[in-house]
Design a protein around this ligand. Structure first.
Ligand code: S3P
Length: 434
């Protein structure tokens, strides 16, 4: 068992907000300035995608002075004298970033252009009809492989607004439709079955879009955007790994500063508190319409909990960590209504349950979630992280309390969302951050 996590740190910029900042800045005429842009691999994919579509990207995510000059040209990189030479050749690589692919599908649908969105093998397996359906209703032509998977071919322009009730609670689908609505005639309304993260709505409002929100719904009307001047808060989804470590490693006491605290993202904090976690939240700042602040997390004795569908969207990316916390909690923890976990970077229900079991946990799959009986002493092993950043980091944190070495192949996938994960963790456990 590792030494306690003690000290304070920050985490890289929020990935969800960074994707949106890159895309919305690319739509606004003029120069946007973004500080704290995420250095994650997924966000680098979004930056190169908006550059391929004709926005100018100046500076680097890490150097504090990223600037994006928009608007993107309707013919992407073919803008200019030979704009019409071969519009079908616009192929945009989204890497492993599902958010980039889904949001950009909405953007391309809104513009008089055609492009193909593609990506890594892992992304090519993910469901995309959820975004194609509403964009087709608005008038775009959208082609998919077997009408489900990428590459997505989109021919856009001349869209009409729709009133769309989403069958899945997905912030990516909601955002794609709202972005398409920025250039559609009439009003575009999206209704969601359960509230999902509202970063797009907040950022659109900050950029002067004609947008309205009501519980469970958001609408936009055609209109321009002003450039963005944004400080991106730290990523709560990354902070959650460190807070989980602090909760399960005895004697830990850890402060994470400058973290985004948007309530539509903060389900993890509410669940951890319900499990008896010792967290103190100090919302002391606002970044670009997003609440932010510091979080103090300490080791605590944990108890089991139930997580139901209503809570899932606000904690979707942190549910693997709830599974790990549950191995150390008294009683039976159940997560339900989380079938979406099966279509993330990997099938996170199967991957989590098998990985935790490989470390000695008492865990079982449900079709739409999982059950964990705790507490159990974890042992060493080699869980399969399935090239999935969140599973890799979850198992690495499990290694802090296992009584033998835990080998995580593919821990470098952490760079997809949390570059520097291993360094920060190493410094916190050896006292270099106190
Ligand atoms: C995201 C929304 C969620 C989340 C993903 C990022 C976003 O996905 O899991 O990591 O930035 O909008 P869904 O919209 O598919 O639920």
């Amino acid at each position: 068992v590792t030494a306690a996590l003690v000290g304070s740190c920050s985490v890289p910029g929020d990935k969800s907000i960074s994707h949106r900042a890159a895309i919305l800045a690319a739509l606004a005429p003029g120069t946007s300035r973004i500080r704290g842009f995420s250095p994650a691999g997924d966000c680098a994919s979004t930056l190169s995608a908006v550059a391929a579509l004709g926005a100018r990207v100046e500076g680097e995510p890490g150097d504090g002075s990223l600037r994006i000059v928009g608007p993107i040209a309707p013919h992407g990189r073919h803008a200019g004298p030979d704009a019409d030479a071969d519009p079908g050749a616009n192929v945009i690589d989204c890497g492993r970033a599902g958010t980039a692919m889904r949001l950009l599908a909405g953007v391309i649908a809104s513009l008089p252009m055609s492009a193909t969105l593609t990506g890594d093998r892992q992304l090519l397996r993910r469901p995309m009809r959820r975004v194609a359906d509403p964009l087709r209703l608005m008038g775009a032509e959208v082609g998919l492989v077997e009408d489900e998977r990428p590459p997505i071919h989109v021919s856009g322009g001349g869209l009409s607004g729709i009133d769309y009730r989403m069958p899945v609670a997905s912030a990516q689908v909601k955002s794609a439709v709202l972005l398409a609505g920025l250039l559609a005639s009439g009003r575009t309304t999206v209704r969601e079955p359960i509230p999902t993260r509202d970063h797009t709505e907040r950022m659109l409002a900050a950029m002067g879009a004609r947008i309205g929100v009501a519980p469970g719904a958001a609408w936009v009307e055609r209109g321009g955007l002003s450039p963005l001047d944004l400080v991106v808060p730290g990523d709560l989804s990354s902070a959650a790994f460190l807070l989980t470590a602090a909760a399960i490693v005895p004697h830990s006491s850890l402060t994470i500063e400058g973290v985004g605290l948007n309530p539509t993202r903060a389900g993890f904090l509410r669940i951890l508190e319900r499990m008896g976690g010792d967290v103190t939240i100090d919302p002391d700042a606002e970044c670009g319409g997003e609440p932010a602040g510091s979080i103090l997390g300490r080791h605590a004795r944990l108890r089991a909990t139930l997580v139901g569908a209503d809570e899932v969207p606000s904690a979707i990316d942190e549910l693997p960590l709830i599974g790990l916390l549950a191995t150390q909690a008294d009683g039976v923890t159940e997560v339900r209504g989380a079938g979406e976990l099966r279509v993330k970077e990997s099938d996170r229900i199967a991957g989590l349950v098998r990985g935790l079991r490989a470390l000695g946990a008492d865990a079982e799959e449900l079709p739409d979630g999982f059950v964990v009986r705790g507490p159990t002493k974890l042992r060493g092993g080699a869980p399969d992280a399935r090239d999935d950043h969140r599973l890799a980091m979850t198992f690495a944190i499990a290694g802090l309390i296992a009584d033998g070495p835990v080998r995580v192949d593919g821990i470098s996938y952490a760079d997809d969302s949390f570059p520097g994960f291993e360094t920060v963790l190493g410094e916190l456990t050896n006292g270099a951050r106190t």
